[in-house]
Design a protein around this ligand. Structure first.
Ligand SMILES: Cc1cc2nc3c(=O)[nH]c(=O)nc-3n(C[C@H](O)[C@H](O)[C@H](O)COP(=O)(O)OP(=O)(O)OC[C@H]3O[C@@H](n4cnc5c(N)ncnc54)[C@H](O)[C@@H]3O)c2cc1C
Ligand SMILES: *[C@@H]1O[C@H](CO)[C@@H](O)[C@H](O)[C@H]1NC(C)=O
Ligand SMILES: *[C@@H]1O[C@H](CO)[C@@H](O)[C@H](O)[C@H]1NC(C)=O
Ligand SMILES: *[C@@H]1O[C@H](CO)[C@@H](O)[C@H](O)[C@H]1NC(C)=O
Length: 498
């Protein structure tokens, strides 16, 4: 009898110890994780969190709009077209991994030439012959072209170190620590000076910046050569290499990753995150609103994977019960309108009175006070083997990117006539100068802000890099593996670890 009682007591003590260890952290994985936002950042972080913490954690992903966020499509004339992010560059390693993992394919490339429009005439035209293009750039701009390439390559080479650090499990709790570790003081410096300043310093001419560099920045970011050099270099890298998109639509990556991570997608708007208790580990209460009314749930880890603009028209978002208060993560975003126009291009506007002779599929513009940034003859997201681009005199689907909705008169300028116009209005990219310094990834013990990195550069791949960083940060913090957080001199450590 006494023996049985002692065994029972021992068992009870073990249970209590386990409960205490769980309360203090111990080795138990987190029970529930909330992710706010189902764009590429939120979908990728759900996937990485599930990979690191294992299949037992429950991940809830809150989405107030549509899965995919800024990866989205619109249907025109029974076909679907990209209405947000159009493409990714060839060095997007996480995005390429996702594609393989999900069994998706890159869309077949349908070549088309581009030109840069200066408001009255074309300042640069691409030809069919690659060498001739290089020759023309050389002829027009001399060594500027080569210097630009070298500058971009140097930035990308350093940025790519992040993949090695992440493969070794290293994470950063702030954007500054991350940039410092990739490119030392030079990278941070590049977030504080303009593209124009940095390029002039390496010997690129003002004319090349005005004619070519600004057109590319306007097309990819809706911004000018006054934007920060770091974000600018990332955009210019995209314009150099080959670009790709996903067969069936870029947003398939998001829905695919959410499915793979077995995340529970909840269609609701998150209105606040409150610190519920700090006994042992922190516990967070996430409040949300949906058609079904208000609700709330408790989580061990919360990841915010949506930009937090200063004044969200769709409702305020609040942090509650944090002392000291959570830092201000807000900043302004650049509105961009994408219009998908099914119609006949007015080629006269670009100096081609005969539409049959208009040879371009894509027009970029320089910084003249124009009403549009780019004009592209676009292919649907599903490209069959027999697909060909429309002849310039035929009706086609054109994607126009502009800072504000196109007025009727502007549409009448760009198109001889049209059947339909459909638009998507975005808060596309950060207005980089609108806040001082960077928000941190770690806002509280286990509360993270993925989009902090968007303030250094904004692209789908950069958000995937931020997702991997936040998943590693949450994991390393949960298991107190602080040797893997904010380590200095990582290049050296990673080399000697191999
Ligand atoms: C027109 C356009 C063109 C672009 N072109 C390119 C390009 O060619 N290449 C490239 O790499 N990048 C491009 N970008 C940038 C790229 O789209 C973004 O950097 C990236 O998609 C951001 O992903 P995200 O997941 O961080 O944010 P988002 O995609 O914005 O996702 C955030 C999600 O959170 C949801 N959400 C927000 N608040 C709440 C809340 N309170 N509760 C619940 N849900 C919420 C939103 O509905 C949204 O779905 C482009 C962007 C735009 C708009
Ligand atoms: C950045 O570097 C340049 C030269 O390398 C220097 O002139 C400039 O002052 C630096 N700017 C900042 C903000 O550190
Ligand atoms: C488009 O492509 C996707 C991905 O390959 C595929 O699942 C879908 O069935 C295709 N749709 C059509 C209409 O061909
Ligand atoms: C087309 O462009 C020309 C040249 O800019 C302009 O005169 C004309 O009004 C435009 N619209 C149409 C419908 O031709």
């Amino acid at each position: 009898m006494a023996r049985a009682a002692r065994l029972l007591l021992a068992a009870l003590a073990a249970l209590l110890a386990a409960a205490a260890a769980a309360a203090e952290g111990g080795d138990a994985p987190p029970g529930r994780i909330a992710v706010v936002g189902a764009g590429i950042g939120g979908s990728a972080v759900a996937h990485f969190l599930q990979q690191h913490f294992g299949p037992r954690v429950q991940i809830d992903v809150y989405e107030k709009g549509v899965v995919g966020g800024r990866l989205a499509t619109i249907s025109v004339n029974k076909q679907h077209y990209e209405s947000g992010t159009a493409s990714f560059h060839s060095l997007s390693l996480h995005m390429q991994d996702f594609l393989k993992l999900l069994g998706l394919r890159p869309r077949r490339d349908v070549v088309g030439r581009s030109a840069i429009f200066g408001g009255e005439h074309l300042v640069l035209e691409e030809t069919d012959w690659y060498l001739l293009n290089l020759f023309r750039l050389w002829w027009h701009y001399g060594i500027s072209f080569l210097r630009l390439q070298m500058w971009v390559e140097e930035v990308m080479e350093k940025f790519m170190r992040i993949y090695k650090y992440q493969a070794h499990g290293f994470a950063f709790s702030g954007v500054e620590e991350l940039l410092q570790s990739l490119g030392e003081a030079a990278f941070l410096n590049m977030t504080q000076r303009s593209v124009a300043e940095a390029l002039l310093q390496v010997g690129v001419t003002q004319r090349f910046i005005d004619d070519v560099v600004s057109a590319v920045l306007r097309a990819s970011d809706g911004q000018s050569a006054a934007m920060p050099a770091f974000a600018g270099a990332m955009s210019l890298a995209g314009a150099q290499g080959s670009l790709w998109a996903v067969e069936g639509g870029n947003k398939l990556v998001c829905s695919g990753l959410l499915k793979l991570s077995k995340a529970h997608v909840i269609h609701a708007t998150v209105t606040s995150v409150a610190l519920h208790s700090t006994e042992g580990r922190a516990l967070y209460q996430v409040r949300h609103e949906s058609d079904a009314g208000p609700g709330s749930d408790f989580y061990d880890i919360v990841v915010l994977a949506a930009p937090l603009p200063p004044d969200d028209s769709s409702g305020r978002f609040a942090f509650e019960g944090f002392a000291p208060p959570v830092e201000d993560v807000r900043g302004s975003f650049q509105p961009t309108v994408v219009s998908l126009v099914h119609g006949y291009l007015n080629s006269s506007y670009f100096g081609f009175p005969d539409p049959k002779l208009f040879p371009f599929a894509s027009i970029l513009t320089t910084d003249f006070p124009g009403f549009f940034c780019t004009l592209d003859n676009v292919c649907p997201v599903n490209v069959s083997a027999s697909f060909r681009r429309k002849q310039p005199q035929e009706a086609a689907v054109w994607r126009v990117q502009s800072p504000a909705p196109l007025l009727r008169a502007q549409l009448k300028t760009l198109f001889r006539s049209y059947y339909s116009v459909q638009t998507a209005e975005w808060q596309a990219h950060p207005v980089y100068g609108s806040r001082r310094g960077f928000p941190r990834f770690a806002l509280h013990d286990q509360l993270f802000y993925l989009n902090a990195l968007e303030w250094a550069a904004s692209s789908a791949e950069v958000m995937a890099v931020a997702a991997k960083n936040v998943a590693l940060l949450a994991y390393n913090r949960w298991y107190q593996d602080l040797d893997k957080v904010d380590q200095k001199d990582l290049m050296h450590k990673v080399k000697t670890e191999l």
